[in-house]
Ligand binder design. Structure first.
Ligand code: SF4
Length: 106
């Protein structure tokens, strides 16, 4: 969601004192897609953090998002999916686990 000059991610989960690393990457991707320099992560338990694209933690998340995008582009060209890290629990919750040939949940 884009609000004024920032983008915001509202998470249905709670967070402790630090945001989840995957959520930072998701926020970084949203900031890159929208072109805004500030992002806000809000968690179910009212915890929230505001980040600027120049913050060290966000620079790291932006780099991770760029690496993931490069991997996705390579996969699209080669038609070979990235290795990923499927687990029984991840695949069990995945909406396409019945169709996926890589599923660990079968
Ligand atoms: S079912 Fe397939 S797409 Fe879903 S998490 Fe597992 S490996 Fe990934």
């Amino acid at each position: 969601m884009c609000e004024k000059n920032s983008t915001a991610e509202y998470k249905s989960s709670a967070a402790d004192d630090k945001p989840h690393p995957g959520d930072l990457v998701q926020l970084a991707a949203a900031m890159m897609a929208t072109g805004v320099q500030t992002g806000v992560l809000k968690y179910k338990n009212e915890r929230f953090n505001t980040f600027k694209s120049t913050d060290p933690v966000m620079k790291q998340a932006i780099q991770r998002a760029m690496n993931i995008m490069a991997q996705m582009r390579k996969s699209l060209v080669s038609n070979v999916p990235p290795a990923g890290t499927p687990t029984v629990n991840k695949c069990k919750a995945c909406p396409i686990n019945k169709q996926c040939s890589f599923s660990s949940g079968k």
